[in-house]
Write a protein that binds this ligand. Structure first.
Ligand SMILES: [Zn+2]
Length: 171
């Protein structure tokens, strides 16, 4: 409990300094104000992070995808000694989901710890999520102790995204 309070106060004090991509961001909400289904998704990403295999970076990340049918599919980052085969938590979740027959998603939660900023999906993960974003997908970014949540979306994170569906229409 003491540790929780410590983390809570600590997060509150750094909230004003939180940045994403170098800019202040206005879309931060309190965890307890979010819908229970979103809280559940974030908690799932917190749990997924605990299984991260990251002996090289020691930077653990968890992700949780919500399918349009309501299921939650979790993922963590899995690193490799050869480095390039490493995969991010978000893509682990996507690959697991697609391989289980899910291709429609409404939200993804991403959890990691950086002292004074939210950990936003990398460019590769944004593109991979985009493949399954014929409609926008909500993105919730949290610290491992969810207090303040950055609420954004794939379309906001990847404006002017490459839309492969147009290729099919124009050919
Ligand atoms: Zn990534």
């Amino acid at each position: 409990m003491l540790q929780f309070l410590f983390n809570f106060v600590r997060e509150k004090t750094v909230t004003r300094k939180m940045e994403i991509n170098g800019k202040d961001h206005q879309k931060i909400q309190n965890f307890e104000d979010l819908d229970l289904s979103i809280q559940e998704l974030i908690e799932s990403a917190v749990q997924a992070r605990k299984l991260a295999y990251c002996p090289y970076s020691n930077f653990a990340v968890g992700a949780a995808l919500r399918t349009t049918s309501g299921e939650i599919i979790k993922g963590c980052n899995v690193e490799n000694g050869a480095h390039t085969p490493s995969i991010c938590a978000e893509r682990t979740a996507i690959v697991k989901a697609v391989s289980e027959g899910h291709t429609n998603f409404e939200a993804i939660a991403v959890v990691a710890f950086q002292e004074d900023q939210f950990t936003s999906p990398c460019g590769v993960c944004r593109q991979v999520i985009s493949e399954f974003a014929s409609k926008d997908i909500k993105v919730y970014i949290s610290k491992p102790v969810p207090v303040r949540i950055l609420c954004t979306s794939l379309y906001e994170l990847l404006p002017y995204r490459f839309d492969s569906s147009r290729l099919k229409q124009d050919s």
